[in-house]
Design a protein around this ligand. Structure first.
Ligand SMILES: CC(=O)N[C@H]1[C@@H](OP(=O)(O)OP(=O)(O)OC[C@H]2O[C@@H](n3ccc(=O)[nH]c3=O)[C@H](O)[C@@H]2O)O[C@H](CO)[C@@H](O)[C@@H]1O
Length: 357
């Protein structure tokens, strides 16, 4: 008989924080009967998706806001007070649920949850997706039993003994669909190169603009390439009508399936998109968002480039001509991929958690 495991998760607001938690849930549920509780940020992506992604989950939406920058901003006084109030509510919920462990993937929602779990003595595990860790994870790492990091270079940022840190990689969801099935559904020929364009879970105006010029060039000069373009909430369909080789979606809940079969991905430098490109053996043409805290998207992207699975194009150099020529060269070099995930970071995490518990 399989053992029961009660897990409380938190980490959300964006897909970059949320999907690694889902990947860990999926891996844990191969070994245990999981009873899950998920603290979501009310109204955000995690809150909207968790009931589809985790069967029978107890969803606990919290109304929390992140700290404003600079940190000395007067508004932060009230936000910290609200975190403290939320923390006592969370403490009661955690006490009643009585989980075996808390798994947190960072972001501001993790403050009240991890602090409450700490006061109750519940084992805490933290995962950091980015090359340069976020403030919440750095501060909360002292309460964790283990801190999992995606990049070895992040280890030095955490104020904890080195043996607490495990370089696991960033967990990605396990793809289950094949290329033919997915591309036939989109009405594309599976033998034609297939490219995903994504600005991450919130979309990117810059990528949307660049893509339109890229499509015009392809219409004029070729070669044959089919695209799935994730626009975020922006609706640009009217402008895309003249390009029959492009399917546009505002959001695709199973984007990982398409990244898995893509011959190339044009993307921002969000850590989880980068991890999907890396682990599914695709190739990324990455234009990092320069506004990311401490430029972490750039360092995420450089790490992909160093591993031979991507190239970084800075915003200032990201002209349609540059993207077009890089894409054409990339596709010439690529052979069509198979469907295997060559590394499964979620398994590394689960093995450590099982060993500890
Ligand atoms: C603007 C912002 O704050 N960006 C941060 C956010 O990025 P953001 O949420 O954009 O995250 P990532 O690009 O890292 O990951 C997006 C995730 O959402 C999934 N997805 C996306 C679109 C879609 O339609 N369907 C779908 O399933 C992707 O497959 C991926 O799993 O978190 C990342 C990880 O902490 C950080 O590195 C980014 O800097």
């Amino acid at each position: 008989m399989r053992k029961n495991l009660k897990v409380a998760f938190c980490g959300g607001g964006t897909g970059g924080h949320y999907y690694p938690a889902i990947a860990v849930y999926q891996e844990l549920s191969k070994r245990f009967d999981i009873e899950a509780l998920y603290f979501t940020i009310a109204g955000r992506l995690d809150d909207k998706n968790v009931e589809q992604d985790i069967p029978r989950v107890k969803r606990i939406p919290l109304k929390v806001k992140g700290l404003r920058r600079p940190l000395a901003h007067p508004e932060n006084f009230f936000r910290v007070l609200s975190h403290l109030r939320t923390s006592s509510k969370v403490k009661k919920i955690l006490k009643d649920f009585n989980p075996d462990l808390v798994f947190s993937t960072g972001g501001y929602i993790s403050y009240p949850v991890v602090k409450a779990a700490h006061t109750l003595g519940i084992p805490i595990y933290i995962h950091e997706q980015n090359s340069i860790p976020g403030i919440a994870n750095k501060k909360l790492s002292v309460f964790a039993r283990k801190v999992f990091v995606s990049f070895s270079e992040s280890a030095d940022y955490f104020p904890v003994p080195k043996d607490k840190i495990i370089v696991s990689g960033n967990p990605v969801r396990k793809p289950v669909k094949n290329r033919e099935e997915l591309l036939n559904q989109l009405g594309f020929d599976p033998k034609t190169p297939f490219v995903v364009i994504t600005g991450g879970s919130l979309g990117s105006d810059l990528l949307n603009k660049l893509a339109l010029s890229l499509y015009s060039k392809i219409l004029e000069h070729g070669p044959n390439i089919n695209f799935l373009h994730i626009t975020g909430n922006e609706n640009i369909s009217a402008k895309l009508n003249e390009f029959p080789f492009v399917i546009e979606k505002a959001y695709e809940p199973e984007l990982h399936e398409y990244i898995n079969i893509a011959d190339a991905v044009i993307a921002r430098g969000g850590a989880t998109t980068i991890a999907e490109i890396l682990n599914y053996k695709s190739f990324g043409i990455i234009i990092p968002w320069e506004g990311a805290a401490e430029n972490h998207q750039y360092y995420n992207a450089v790490s992909l480039e160093k591993q031979g699975q991507g190239c970084v194009i800075l915003e200032s150099a990201a002209t349609p001509e540059k993207i077009y020529s890089t894409l054409v060269t990339t596709l010439k070099r690529m052979s069509f991929k198979n469907n295997e995930v060559f590394r499964n970071p979620a398994r590394v995490i689960v093995e450590h958690v099982v060993r500890e518990e």
